[in-house]
Ligand binder design. Structure first.
Ligand code: FES
Length: 108
């Protein structure tokens, strides 16, 4: 197995409905994870990217949150329909999908 160039993390942490912090799981991250897994398979990206689910990684209220390493690019409010663009543009061409990036102001 070749060493993957990219690691895609999808937060799938789930809190109960109505929890004040919200959660990526409550906003559909399980379907997102499935779509990424299928996309990697369909686009034959094995060896180029791997995907993992994660517990909470911080900005819960703007989830689902996806982080791509080694670039350290954080995406927010990612929907299954955004996955093809992320795989084609970011993983395929090494270019960020700027419209989905977590805004700089979030980091204080
Ligand atoms: S629940 Fe996903 S970042 Fe906190």
């Amino acid at each position: 197995m070749p060493k993957p160039s990219y690691h895609i993390l999808v937060c799938t942490n789930k809190r109960p409905p109505g929890h004040p912090r919200g959660s990526c799981g409550e906003n559909g991250s399980e379907a997102l994870l499935e779509k990424f897994s299928m996309g990697i398979e369909e686009k034959m990206l094995f060896g180029k990217a791997i995907i993992s689910s994660s517990s909470c990684i911080g900005p819960c209220s703007i989830g689902p949150v996806v982080v791509i390493y080694p670039d350290g690019v954080w995406y927010n409010k990612v929907k299954p329909e955004d996955v093809d663009e992320i795989l084609d543009k970011h993983i395929g061409q090494g270019q960020k999908v700027e419209r989905l990036e977590v805004p700089d102001e979030l980091w204080g």
